[in-house]
Design a protein around this ligand. Sequence first.
Ligand SMILES: C[S@@+](CC[C@H](N)C(=O)[O-])C[C@H]1O[C@@H](n2cnc3c(N)ncnc32)[C@H](O)[C@@H]1O
Length: 232
Amino acid sequence: MTDLGITAGENYNDYVGPAEEYDFMGASQFRLLCTLGLRSKHKLLDFGCGSLRAGRLFLTYLDEGCYYGVDPNRWLIEDAIKFQVGQDLLRIKKPFFSYNDQFSLAEFETHFDFILAQSILTHTGIDLVRLCLQNFARYLKPDGLILATFLEGDYDTEGDSWEYPMCVTFRPSTIRQLAQDVGLVGISIPWFRPRQTWYVFAKDQDRLPTEAMFPYLHGAVLFDSMLGSSKK
Ligand SMILES: C[S@@+](CC[C@H](N)C(=O)[O-])C[C@H]1O[C@@H](n2cnc3c(N)ncnc32)[C@H](O)[C@@H]1O
């Protein structure tokens, strides 16, 4: 396990990460998926959606019934609705939420164009990563994309526990192998993410971004000294 010095606060905007990053971390996920072709008609699963850091932006953008969120900490979603989203947007966009903690997607009875798992597989032992990727693959459309962050390291974190706010590491070769085991192909992309690395998974190699596309997948933020390292 790795201690990145991040604590889990008690409020909706600091339980999921540093409060001063709440805006940026949501915007970054939204920008990444839009860069990868997310359109309003697409069905998006925001797995471990937390306090709708990204969800509040996707909800505004996507068509009615296209946003699906899973998070067992129901209070995070409820506070995000209270303080960020509002009942009017829920009434208009009719999102689906599940509060199950079993890493199950069965209750939605649908397949997704995009599956997002931001800072989730950085807290799960290898058995849970396997389970997640298996379920993601099962409910991903044939041409869909999975976006997930990992903390790359020199060793793999064994077991099936959820570690929070501590992080777990996996070797890049293990991440690719876990994906392959469930019929996915995956690569890391250069999209800026403090501390973690973004991976893209698909059912077909041809669906993955090529290295020639990497300059478009940078995620740099200009004119903000806090995010200066994003321009490297
Ligand atoms: C670091 S936060 C990331 C939240 C969100 N993805 C974001 O970027 O703002 C980790 C989230 O995982 C959620 N979580 C914990 N156990 C989970 C489970 N079994 N299934 C799905 N999400 C879970 C937590 O409640 C928390 O909201």
